[in-house]
Design a protein. Structure first.
Length: 256
């Protein structure tokens, strides 16, 4: 009898402890993870070293309205995007709503419309391109993992120079280490302003209409339907009450 009691004492914890651990992990998985990257003027670090910007302000209002206390975490875009694609309960912003991404996420709302262009230095390029193929003869600096880089790779462009962010791509262009970059006018103006560059030295060469999109907020697949509904309702409320327009005006954000 004593031997049986001893066996039960030793074996039962081994049986039930893993089950308890799994249950605890499952519970923690319901917590919302909010991820983004630095992208001026949508997500920036302010003078106090805090995360700020137009999109950050919008997401904070959404979190308050749905009573979520999640911290916004900043990662390189490739990592943030991977997390949102592979895990449930991940909110990601500001992300271009492109056709390939459409079925991969639950889309909550549009932050701003954006148009993509090929840019070069005005001292080198006097005329605009007549087609995308004209860019094949030049070295193009693009950010790794961004939809613009993926688009050119799918078009069999091999003359691509990968960077980790837009700031690096623009710096390479100005140093003569690359010929062309891809960017929206709004972002290029903001980066130029932030870095002290003269925007007039950049020339718009060609609009890549397939990359034109809505910069948006999304939730990952596997997120509960109730949570998705609450966030969509909260975003719609920001729109209908005019609060989204007010935040846009405060940050001087305009659709392109």
């Amino acid at each position: 009898m004593k031997l049986n009691c001893l066996i039960r004492t030793l074996v039962l914890p081994l049986i039930f402890t893993p089950t308890l651990a799994i249950a605890n992990n499952s519970s923690s998985d319901n917590n919302l993870l909010v991820v983004t990257e630095y992208l001026s003027p949508f997500q920036v670090k302010n003078a106090q070293g805090e995360l700020d910007g137009y999109s950050v302000a919008v997401v904070k209002r959404l979190l308050a309205q749905v009573n979520e206390s999640a911290e916004i975490k900043v990662f390189p875009w490739v990592r943030a995007y991977h997390m949102a694609k592979s895990q449930p309960n991940v909110l990601i912003f500001s992300m271009a709503r492109t056709q390939p991404r459409e079925p991969l996420f639950h889309w909550l709302g549009t932050l701003v419309n954006q148009r993509f262009y090929i840019w070069g230095l005005s001292e080198r390029f006097k005329r605009e391109f007549a087609s995308l193929d004209q860019a094949r003869g030049y070295n193009i600096s693009v950010s790794k993992g961004y939809d613009s880089a993926i688009f050119l790779q799918q078009k069999n462009f091999t003359n691509l120079s990968m960077t980790t962010n837009r700031e690096q791509a623009i710096a390479k262009l100005l140093k003569g280490r690359t010929d062309l970059i891809l960017s929206t006018e709004f972002v290029l103006r903001e980066v130029a302003k932030k870095q002290g560059y003269d925007f007039d030295q950049f020339k718009k060469l060609y609009e890549i209409t397939p990359l034109n999109s809505q910069l948006s907020i999304a939730l990952s697949k596997g997120t509960a339907a109730q949570r998705i509904h609450e966030f969509r309702y909260a975003f719609d409320k920001l729109v209908t009450t005019g609060e989204l327009a007010t935040i846009k005006h405060q940050w001087q954000i305009f659709d392109q």
